[in-house]
Design a protein around this ligand. Structure first.
Ligand SMILES: NC(=O)c1ccc[n+]([C@@H]2O[C@H](COP(=O)([O-])OP(=O)(O)OC[C@H]3O[C@@H](n4cnc5c(N)ncnc54)[C@H](OP(=O)(O)O)[C@@H]3O)[C@@H](O)[C@H]2O)c1
Length: 386
């Protein structure tokens, strides 16, 4: 029996890597649903190759263009974010959650409610919703398999039955493209420079998050909720080679790490094949060619976003939701050349200071707090010179 896969964000970096694996193993997997924002031309290609039963296109213009050019018979074509639920009504074994930002929350919630296995790339959905998503998944028997390479590495080496023997989770960070720049040099960084990651090819938003190190902050919060570990038992270490993807330290002094070339097809294939493994086109790591691996403490002064994420996690409640929403607004403004690179953390900090921090009891609360935080951050962008 082939596993049925639905991908939310099929035209993005994670979506394309997932489809690459599926094209290599079309005897094991079949595509049921694909969902995108507006890249309808790429979706037309995907539809002709993978022949899904249903697609959804958020942008109405792109939806119309896709409909006019689609030639696949019996394909159900939906428009708008409301269609997430309708896609999930088609039988699916694994949902690959690969939309960027909190826009990806609702498909994750929908899959968790239906007890579907979630290959989770969309870290923002865990960051913004506190423990709601993991609790929902647990209640309905939905397994969350992390795609993020760090969390995937931890998942692979964490002895969950002996969690009392785990002394620390250690998340590795490449340090991004500006690891060796001084703060003054960061003032005039362009979006083009910020999205050039030294080791990974990724979407624009996560690439900027890697450059500010907010990505590692979001991952810290993701790890807290995913593995139910207190914040003081999660460390971050800068490892510029991106060979060790993360580690678990045990009480006896052992550190177990997962290694590999930096290629997202490794963690994605792990989630698709779990609990088995399947071959990928990823180049194998040649240990004898690696001369040395280096590790450093992160510089919280140079990367204040990381410090903001640490403090949000300590506060918890809605603080991570506010942090995430403000960051999405600030990164978008930076990519559109409305603010400087160093203004990103200022928008996030100001929004965190202004927003009221409250308990999160429902997904409705999350959506409301996310919306409110976005308008506070937008107000700072519009009314103040930051
Ligand atoms: N890329 C990586 O290596 C990597 C590694 C770890 C974790 N992640 C996480 O995976 C997620 C995706 O990252 P990515 O790099 O693949 O991003 P990306 O390349 O920007 O792709 C995002 C995908 O989501 C779709 N999308 C965006 N906004 C949407 C919306 N409002 N409604 C419906 N679809 C929407 C896009 O469609 P269009 O193409 O039509 O715009 C695209 O298919 C992020 O949460 C990121 O943090 C990525």
């Amino acid at each position: 029996m082939k596993k049925k896969i639905t991908i939310f964000g099929s035209t993005g970096s994670i979506g394309l890597s997932t489809l690459d694996i599926i094209s290599q193993h079309n005897d094991k997997y079949e595509i049921v649903g694909l969902s995108i924002n507006n890249n309808y031309e790429k979706l037309l290609e995907q539809v002709s190759i993978f022949k899904p039963k249903i697609v959804s296109i958020k942008d109405t213009n792109s939806f119309e263009k896709f409909k006019n050019r689609n030639t696949l018979k019996n394909l159900k074509i939906l428009n708008g974010s409301d269609s997430f639920d309708e896609i999930l009504n088609f039988e699916t074994d694994i949902v690959v959650a690969a939309i960027t930002g909190s826009a990806g929350l609702l498909p994750v919630v929908g899959a968790a409610k239906r007890g579907i296995t979630i290959a989770l790339a969309n870290k923002e959905s865990l960051v913004c919703s506190g423990s709601l998503v993991t609790a929902l998944a647990k209640k309905n028997g939905s397994m969350i398999l992390p795609v993020d390479s760090e969390h995937n590495a931890i998942y692979q080496v964490l002895d969950i039955k002996n969690k009392q023997n785990v002394s620390k989770l250690i998340l590795t960070a490449s340090g991004g493209p500006f690891l060796n720049k001084i703060t003054e040099e960061l003032e005039h960084i362009s979006p083009e420079e910020a999205i050039k990651h030294p080791n990974w090819t990724m979407g624009k938003k996560i690439s900027v998050d890697s450059a500010t190190m907010m990505n590692k902050g979001l991952e810290l919060i993701e790890a807290h909720y995913l593995f139910d570990m207190p914040h003081d038992k999660i460390d971050i270490v800068v490892h510029p080679e991106s060979i060790i993807h993360s580690c678990v330290e045990y009480s006896d002094g052992s550190i177990l790490a997962q290694m590999g070339n930096p290629d997202m097809r490794t963690p994605i294939s792990y989630t698709l094949a779990y609990p088995n493994r399947i071959p990928t086109r990823v180049e194998k790591l040649k240990l004898s060619e690696i001369k040395k691996l280096t590790f450093y403490e992160p510089d919280l002064l140079k990367f204040p976003c990381l410090e903001l994420a640490y403090s949000s996690l300590k506060i918890k409640k809605s603080a991570p939701t506010v942090l995430n929403a403000a960051n999405e607004i600030a990164v978008d403004a930076f990519l559109n050349k409305k603010i400087s690179f160093l203004s990103i953390h200022k928008i996030v900090e100001k929004t965190l200071n202004k927003a009221s921090i409250s308990d999160i009891n429902s997904i409705k609360d999350v959506v409301e707090i996310d919306t409110e935080s976005r308008s506070i951050a937008t107000e700072f962008l519009t009314n103040y010179r930051i």
